[in-house]
Design a protein around this ligand. Structure first.
Ligand code: MTE
Ligand code: MO
Length: 375
């Protein structure tokens, strides 16, 4: 594996791993924009970034499809309508650092910024599947498997799958994206083509897309069958073998919220008014309320403002909500806690130890940060 041809990245990223490159933007920069600028979008790679010339690129669509096809980048652009979908991507390992402090977990130690919001431009996946002869009613039990061009550890390709009903749903908004925020897709984010699966964990949005295979069972790729599974707290490396196959892969996101400003551990002027800021999202659902507590969850106040964007005139909220809570003053030291509720009244578990798991995924416990007065 050679890392000699990696793209240029911002120097102010928090780099959690250099090779493969895994980095999150600074919290204060991330919270500044509703749509994350391309160079601030978190990067989660499992291997060196492939170099794929757009001119010779071809996407293969096969498996159990009635008409296997292959499409060049220009055919994808000229033969199908282009749509834009704004969607937040979040890594299942977002906020893993908090679980890792309880007991060591395996995985990149992400803080709360393994999440970003983008406007993706490309072709609806369902139209491409339709061109290959897929009609949803005949394939309802099937899965759409994606494989990337990157070669990961032990020579495995990166892959994932989603069920046909999500892939073919006009309301599902699954995209084969060649643009990010109006620009050509950057290499770190999958140039020339990536999948974007709104509402699913980031891991399913395969970058550097090489092939699409429709088949009866979900992808047998390591990243679908082994990685990204949520275990009980007592599952450890000695007894995990009996759990792999009976644990389903994580697909949809749950409800999540975190504080990005101030930063955990910051020294701030606690005697003056302060705008606490963060994000919240819930798998396509609208966020109803974000609560903030300054006494570790005994009493709560609703956030002062919450801003989110709906997709067109639909009922779909694929993008995060950004919220602020303005306090007159805080005690010092002060623990700030937040949690979110969606419109189905789904909320977040109170404590992290109760959801601790071996891989440190899906940590959506109440987000707690500690600040002190700057003297
Ligand atoms: N696709 C490929 N081919 N290789 C990868 O390593 N990482 C996945 C997903 N798609 C990955 C991939 C994971 S775990 C996440 S969270 C998202 O891409 C991250 O997308 P981003 O780097 O554009 O933020
Ligand atoms: Mo991820």
């Amino acid at each position: 594996m050679s890392y000699n041809n990696e793209p240029k990245r911002r120097p102010d990223f928090t780099v959690n791993q250099q090779q493969p490159f895994n980095a999150e933007p600074p919290c204060d920069a991330l919270i500044r924009n509703y749509v994350t600028p391309n160079d601030y979008f978190y990067v989660r790679n499992h291997a060196p970034v492939p170099s794929l010339p757009g001119e010779s690129y071809r996407l293969m669509i096969g498996g159990d499809v009635p008409q296997p096809i292959s499409l060049s980048l220009s055919e994808l652009k000229s033969q199908f309508p282009k749509v834009q979908v704004m969607a937040t991507l979040m890594c299942a390992g977002n906020r893993r650092d908090e679980l890792n402090k309880i007991k060591t977990v395996k995985g990149v130690t992400w803080g709360p910024a393994a999440i970003s919001n983008g406007i993706w431009g490309g072709v609806p996946l369902r139209l491409v599947l339709h061109a290959a002869g897929i009609i949803e009613s005949n394939f309802r039990q099937y899965h759409v498997c994606f494989e990337g061009f990157d070669i990961c550890k032990d020579n495995t390709g990166y892959g994932s799958s989603i069920p046909i009903p999500k892939a073919m749903d006009p309301q599902g908004d699954v995209l084969l994206a060649y643009e990010m925020n109006g620009e050509e897709l950057p290499r770190d984010h999958g140039y020339p083509l990536r999948v974007v699966v709104p509402g699913y964990i980031g891991a399913r949005s395969v970058k550097w897309l090489k092939s699409i295979v429709v088949q009866k069972e979900e992808s047998t790729n390591y990243f679908q069958r082994r990685d990204y599974k949520l275990f009980l707290p007592q599952v450890n490396w000695d007894n995990v073998d009996q759990w792999w196959d009976k644990s389903p892969p994580i697909q949809e996101l749950s409800v999540q919220a975190a504080i990005l400003e101030p930063k955990n551990g910051a020294a701030i002027d606690t005697g003056s008014p302060y705008a606490i800021k963060g994000y919240a999202l819930s798998n396509g659902h609208r966020i109803a309320r974000v609560d903030v507590s300054l006494d570790n969850g005994v009493t709560w106040e609703p956030a002062t403002t919450i801003n989110g964007e709906i997709k067109d005139n639909t009922n779909r909220y694929w993008s995060w909500f950004l919220w602020t809570y303005t306090v007159r003053s805080m005690p010092s030291p002060c623990r700030i806690v937040c949690r979110a509720w969606d419109y189905a009244s789904n909320s977040m578990p109170g404590d992290a130890p109760s959801i601790w798991n071996l891989r440190g995924v899906m940590n959506n416990s109440w987000h707690r940060i500690d600040v002190v007065s700057k003297s």
